[in-house]
Design a protein around this ligand. Structure first.
Ligand SMILES: [Zn+2]
Length: 411
């Protein structure tokens, strides 16, 4: 087996949050086998990396790789693209994502059901270059809710293809049935939309869109399949219903109150907050063609989300890094690290949210998110120390996945 040894200036230990000085990372085949002090290592060094910090490959737990950057045109842009177009866009986005240092993503749904899973399979087969993926397969939403195709006349609405409506669900029995079908076609976990969405016309982010019983049915059925539920939830009531129903993560979490935060802390529910998106929409939304309705909903959720994020940190709520890439361009999600630090995390915690903590949310801490012996040799190198300046993670010159360089030193 090929052994590769790397000697940077610093190695980030995501288990403790410490930056280790002067260590050697030992890689055998596709796995990390050791991280040892350079003073105790007497073997050959494959690559000396002076000035660099090595970190575990980053993890984004909220991407939509097979979805183009939202253009603010609502249902029209969704129904005029074929599934093939979205799949091929996914290939481009997968490359942009791993080039940015994100070697693992939890992909939280395509518009056309199961395209994300096809992309995942293409990456695993080596046909295309991209991150490791866990896939939602489809959006589980109520009729006319966030993530549904809204705004069509009834006779047009009736003829949409099945893959654009796969997860549309009403009632407890249909919830169980649809969740089972989504696993049947290869999903790794279930994404439900527990409230309206900023970008779906006609839905209100503050409004709950499933009952607690419906959400509980999703959680129970996912749990029977050995999996879990991630809940998109902006509004306070929808967040509380989802947490009480036992979802593993709240996506966005825009309108947290003290009770919601306490519930999340008590239940160990993760908060996946896309703090950068509000800035991006405010700056670029009008140029992209966003409607006044969407711009207003974005303004309603941006500042309040940041206030809630800080309170959640102080209350000890578990966090994982999620960007909602597709709302922002794929590949620029590392800009969110600065927002996380500005709104309450230390740089070390911000990195842990995108490494160890993200892996724990996914249940993948045995394989990614740290450089523990036996994990995949997924790692990134940045020039300088990101604990001094977190923004250096926005430019990642070195990327390795499974022991192979995606972006090599001197490359
Ligand atoms: Zn999303």
């Amino acid at each position: 087996m090929t052994v590769v040894t790397l000697r940077p200036d610093r190695v980030f230990d995501s288990l403790t949050g410490q930056m280790l000085e002067d260590h050697v990372v030992v890689i055998s085949g596709d796995r990390v086998t050791d991280v040892v002090p350079a003073s105790t290592f007497d073997g050959p060094i494959t690559a000396a990396l002076p000035g660099y910090s090595l970190l575990p490959g980053l993890i984004d737990v909220h991407t939509h790789l097979a979805v183009p950057l939202d253009d603010g045109q609502g249902f029209a842009s969704i129904v005029k693209r074929s599934g093939a177009e979205d799949a091929l866009l996914g290939v481009k986005h997968a490359r942009e994502t791993i080039d940015a240092g994100f070697t693992t993503v939890r992909d939280i749904g395509p518009w056309r059901a199961f395209i994300d899973i096809a992309l995942h399979q293409a990456i695993d087969a080596g046909w295309v270059t991209g991150p490791r993926m866990a896939c939602a397969g489809a959006f589980v939403t109520c009729p006319g809710g966030g993530g549904d195709i809204t705004g069509l006349a009834v006779d047009i609405d009736d003829v949409l293809p099945r893959d654009l409506r796969f997860g549309v669900t009403s009632g407890v029995d249909e919830m169980r049935a649809n969740v089972r079908q989504i696993f049947r076609f290869g999903a790794d976990f279930i994404k439900v939309l527990a409230t309206g969405a900023v970008l779906t016309a006609g839905t209100r982010p503050g409004a709950p869109e499933f009952t607690e019983d419906e959400l509980r049915a999703a959680v129970e059925t996912a749990s029977e399949a050995g999996s879990y539920v991630a809940a998109h939830a902006h509004g306070t009531e929808g967040i509380k219903r989802a947490v009480r129903a036992g979802v593993r993560s709240i996506e966005h979490g825009s309108m947290l109150d003290d009770e919601a935060i306490a519930l999340m802390a008590d239940n160990g529910t993760y908060l996946v907050a896309d703090l950068y998106d509000g800035d991006y929409i405010l700056e670029h939304g009008p140029t992209l063609g966003y409607s006044d309705e969407v711009m207003e909903k974005s303004r309603q959720t941006t500042d309040v989300q940041r206030v809630g994020f800080r309170k959640a940190i102080e209350a000890g709520v578990r966090l994982a890094f999620g960007s909602d890439a597709a709302v922002i361009p794929h590949g620029i999600q590392a800009r969110q690290f600065s927002l996380y630090v500005e709104h309450g995390l230390t740089p070390s915690q911000a990195i842990r949210s995108a490494t160890r903590w993200a892996a724990e949310l996914m249940g993948w801490e045995d394989r990614v998110g740290s450089m523990s012996p036996g994990t995949y040799a997924d790692l990134i190198g940045v020039a300088g120390n990101p604990l001094d300046d977190i923004s250096i993670l926005e430019d990642v010159p070195l990327v390795m996945k499974g022991g192979d360089w995606v972006a090599a030193p001197g490359g």
